[in-house]
Design a protein around this ligand. Structure first.
Ligand code: GTQ
Length: 357
């Protein structure tokens, strides 16, 4: 059969017949899906949403009577984005959950190839131990569990402790790089004094011959960034510096080894908004998560399809904004927001973009 370009145009039925004949051979026509798989701009599946801590905390505490932390391994209520139910995702990319440790409990030592962060909401003095160093946690602390490091959590206080977990579960799953191991004991042996990492790496100083281990150089050696310190910096900045119109006062948590993000896959930052401050509209390709540490306010979100949502939040609420959604924050009181996203991973792949309005 002779074929000349532009001459042969089959009707719809003939095309369907063709698709039917190639289908058994695991072949499919790109032109039917091209605009879907290579869209002109991001199409988030997640929606903007707020989890109200005061209203929902009772369920977290109730889970404490349902099973032990040891039985659960990790006793967590997963924050599921309403359009991503059953997928264990708080944003299109990241996992989020509220973890509870009751007095006297230990969440047994394990390690996994997923990286985790803890952002402490309530309780004081429970600990997490990471690869032989314990850190006692307070509200507002940002704590890192680097990939493949042994970790257990324990609570030797008389108060329950609740924190937000954020993990890169779906990123690791995407690459089919998941591994997990349980340690033989409930606790992994402690080998360094508490505060060791912060002393060595977290004060603008470094041991003179410091070289990160080959398998841990992507994650900050500082694994607890205490809120006490962060707040002091934010407060001083807010009294002396100029607020950025899109960000207010926003500082990112850094890895002191290379000045990059503290974690390889999850970006984290802290943002201070003066009372009455309105940020200007901003878009970025990473889906955003926030915990309101102090204050109250609202976030106005305009999705790529033009639909609008207003999120109202106050202290300890967790809320999310889809990637590429235009959004503004309004602080009705002096406000501090902890933020997290997959920007750290996107930048490494050359994907991250922003648009300021
Ligand atoms: O604390 O190690 O929320 O392994 C999910 C998986 C917490 C943890 C989670 C985990 C952990």
């Amino acid at each position: 059969m002779e074929m000349k370009s532009g001459e042969v145009v089959r009707n719809a039925q003939e095309r369907q017949d063709f698709y039917g004949r190639i289908n058994p051979h695991n072949l499919a026509p790109l032109w039917e899906v091209l605009k879907g798989i290579v869209p002109a701009q991001p199409k988030p599946e997640m929606v903007p949403y707020v989890w109200d801590f005061d209203a929902l905390k009772k369920f977290v505490l109730e889970s404490g009577g349902l099973l032990t932390a040891e039985e659960a391994e990790r006793r967590v209520l997963v924050l599921e984005n309403p359009t991503l139910r059953g997928k264990s995702l708080i944003t299109d990319v990241l996992y989020g959950g509220w973890q509870l440790i009751m007095p006297g409990e230990v969440a047994p030592a394990h390690r996994h190839s997923q990286s985790a962060l803890r952002y402490v909401l309530e309780g004081e003095g429970a600990y997490t131990a990471v690869h032989g160093e314990k850190t006692s946690m307070k509200p507002g602390d940002f704590v890192i569990t680097p990939a493949w490091t042994w970790h257990d959590h324990g609570n030797e206080t008389d108060q329950p402790m609740i924190w937000l977990d954020v993990l890169d579960v779906s990123i690791v799953a995407h690459f089919r790089g998941q591994f997990r191991e349980e340690w033989t004991d409930k606790r992994f042996p402690v080998s360094r004094p508490e505060g060791d990492a912060l002393t060595r790496y977290g004060s603008g100083l470094m041991p003179i011959d410091y070289k990160p281990a080959a398998d841990s150089q992507l994650t900050s050696p500082v694994f607890n960034y205490p809120y006490e310190r962060t707040r002091e910096v934010m407060y001083r900045l807010s009294r002396t510096g100029e607020a950025d119109p899109h960000h207010g006062y926003k500082l990112r948590y850094v890895n002191p080894v290379d000045g990059g993000w503290a974690m390889p896959t999850i970006a984290t930052w802290m943002q201070w908004l003066p009372k009455g401050f309105n940020t200007q509209s901003w878009q970025c390709t990473d889906g955003l998560g926030f915990v309101c540490k102090e204050g109250r306010g609202e976030t106005r979100v305009t999705m790529p399809d033009g639909s609008q949502t207003v999120l109202t939040w106050k202290a300890n609420d967790t809320f999310v904004v889809p990637g590429w959604a235009r959004h503004t924050h309004h602080a009705s009181e002096e406000t501090v927001l902890f933020g997290f996203s997959d920007r750290s991973a996107q930048e490494k792949l050359g994907l991250w973009r922003e648009k300021k309005h």
